[in-house]
Design a binder for this molecule. Sequence first.
Ligand code: ADP
Ligand code: MG
Length: 324
Amino acid sequence: RRLDSRSGLAAGLLGEIQTPISTEPLESVYDITGELGRGKFAVVRRCVEKATGKVFAAKFLRKRRRGRDCRAEVIHEMAVLETARNNARVVNLHTAYETDHDIVLLLEYAAGGEIFDHCVSEELLPEAQITRLIRQTLEGVHHLHQSNLVHLDLKPQNILLTSLSPPGDIKIVDFGLARRLGVVGELREILGTPEYVAPEILNYEPITTATDLWSVGVIAYMLVTGESPFAGDDKQETYLNVSQVNVDYSREAFSRVSELAVDFVRKLLVKTPEDRPSAAECMSHPWLWQLCLSPDPATTRPRTVRERSCGTKWTAPPEDPEDK
Ligand code: ADP
Ligand code: MG
């Protein structure tokens, strides 16, 4: 993945943070107890606060990358997390440290790991669990978009779970490519992971909130089928699959789930961004609510789709197209 330096501040990096960055040694406050994940410029380690025994995830972000000072990118990632602080579906930023090489973000620990593990496992999740996780993801994305933030790197590796079994609630992580829209003209030229990026990114066309909705479609496809919809044998083939929206909707691929699942994914994996539903519009898709209506032997009274029993804290009503 690449963050074009020319797009830098011009592409709307946030520069202001509230969280103080401590220069005292991290090791005096925390015990580092293992590695949780690793990317090109970051390592995430599990650590335990000595005073309280509380577990955190420490994301060590390199300040120099490819011989260039990237402190501004790290500050931006912190600022985005701060902007999303009231969003329960986004991982919480606890505090930050700075060493010679890194800025270290102390993040709320998501003990359940990546939903990616549920996309490649022999045993895929039951449909009712998948729709619950997609509803939560849409809640998080909806809130981000309301703050004019786009994530731009949504994929099953960046959606974590608070617990593994039974699967807990989702936490969105990794705001390295996230941007604020509408600050300085159009946003283009940000490249995520080929398998998960929308056609407009490959074509260097303007990036909007709809770009994230494409990724939600990819995530839903993967949770349902256990396959990555656009992955080819090489980068070239993957790009071609994305730009031609070459997706397998065969009965075999979707054998485990209802036809509504296919309908949901089909509405998101469309080439023209304007033709994709918004996060709020997605929330009213019947696929996400059908299994909440299944009869509950404990109660006989009829339930409505908006009841708490669905395990969602969703409160914002889906947008009414009549209102526009
Ligand atoms: P990168 O920018 O390198 O992709 P991420 O923020 O995505 O960094 O973190 C890399 C991986 O580390 C994640 O995919 C996940 O497996 C793990 N990880 C990140 N944050 C947390 C967290 N708060 N709790 C548990 N694991 C985490
Ligand atoms: Mg990541």
